[in-house]
Design a protein around this ligand. Sequence first.
Ligand SMILES: [Zn+2]
Length: 160
Amino acid sequence: MPGKRINPNLIKTHYSYTADELAKRLGVHKNTIRNWARVGLFFLPGRPILFHGGTVRAFIATRNAGRRAPCPPGTFYCFRCRDRRKPALGMIDFIDRLRGAGNLMAICETCGATMNRRARRDALAAIMPGLDVQIRQRPPTLSGSPVPSLDCTLKERETT
Ligand SMILES: [Zn+2]
């Protein structure tokens, strides 16, 4: 059934489902659930194997999003709005990961949810043209920032 869009809200976030239950709940074939597990849907090993509702919802949402055209430059996909959104105040953080690849983060202009988007560092200008992208390293380095020490405070007290 190509093109069939599944509604992730049919799943309860704080509930675990067997493959059968999931299939029934979502109106898909059990093999679809098996396929998802094969392509990366996380499940809890055991007998029967269980799928955590929150994980399934996120998986379906990502899958639905991936089916659409990619977000045009300057926008993110907001999972709460379930649509493309602009970053609030045009502010974006880029968190550097490995080898120039990283994560773009911004706040949804409409609903205030955090939005994420993967990006290559050298493609930032193309993906977020004219927007204020703050590059952050991971982990953040605190060395070099002036930290008031307890010692100083004590000395000041002694002299006054
Ligand atoms: Zn939103």
